[in-house]
Design a protein around this ligand. Sequence first.
Ligand code: S3P
Length: 438
Amino acid sequence: MSQASPCWIATAGRPLRGTLDIPGDKSVSHRAVMFAALADGTSTIDGFLEGEDTRATAAIFARLGVRIQTPSPSRRIVHGVGVDGLKAADGPLDCGNAGTGMRLLAGLLAAQPFDSVLVGDESLSRRPMRRVTGPLARMGARIDTEPDGTPPLRIHGGQTLHGIDYVLPVASAQVKSAILLAGLYAQGTTSVTEPHPTRDYTERMLAAFGVDIEFSPGFARLRGGQRLRATDVAVPADFSSAAFFLVAASIVPGSELRLRQVGLNPRRTGLLQALRLMGADIREENAGEHGGEPVADLVVRYAPLRGIEVPVELAPDMIDEFPALFAAAACAEGPTVVRGAAELRVKESDRLAAMATGLRTLGLRVDETPDGATIHPGALGGGTIESHADHRSAMAFAVAAQRAAGEVRIRDVANVATSFPGFDRLAAGCGFGLRGEG
Ligand code: S3P
């Protein structure tokens, strides 16, 4: 598979300039299509991310008997079938690269009267699933994994679920969401308590779909047996995708970018705080609300960055942004220390290893620890980098390369389309040195 996957050639480009529209939020898009499918009535989703991950989720609901129309790109009209209206699919359901898709669906499908099998691509097939199947089993679900706890997930339907009060051992919005979705079908009440608050899109969106759900940072509780009422969803621009441009403009002298109306849910914007601690010049303008989420234009200008100890408590709020942070740290003055980020080892790839190895290839010293790394900045050279089929690592190296003296060849970039289709065109259009090869 990796042989057929294209490469990028990234080199230092021009100062980055322009006004950019970043595609829709991945987390919100997954949930919007799921909840609209389960609702009574028809919902319209605007700003839906046309990425492979979110399209895989929409395709799964189509196979479960939900009619979903695409009147124009980034818009979906979902004809909900109600919480009891899904139909068995005629074979395995392919979640592609998407951990969010698979883990949330595990909770939902565990509660259906029919059996389902969830499969994923090479990367997803290596990811830990016991973190969801464990608590779901305590609710009465029956899900088989491979002996090492990885997919495929073989879900035996027709079980009677009961509510639980679950204290999450790791901060994970995916696990929390899977339990809440199963809880919608369970007898009694289900609650989830988190060691650190994670993104709360499931809670906010279930409430918008008419579910009576109680939630506060780090806690959520709902009663089983409720129905969802169709509602329209406006998806904000994805902060995690914007992150690459925030870092790129911060490290390339002479840059100024405006990223329009980016989602600024506080559980997502840890990188903004970390970059500001490093000395980044990022302003928020035209603040407002989009689909119930805070949004603003982010105006970022080049500024010399200094290395920091990233506050451990920021880690869950920037869990998807560490690859971008590593690129910023590579170009700062003085070392940057990351701790409390062991979860990065079980993302689409082992992101701590992938980023450390890649930056070493470009000439830096990076000391890796089990839950973090110290990045010693320096002059970046060229070289060939393995993205390990990880979209965020690929984009992070395209960003770092904007300060490299040599040519950076980034292998295996096809998966960028899972979260940010068109990243290379948008990046090249605003000044990145970036072109495809193969
Ligand atoms: C997500 C939750 C996070 C995040 C992922 C999307 C979600 O994963 O890393 O990209 O949409 O709920 P965890 O739940 O594993 O922390």
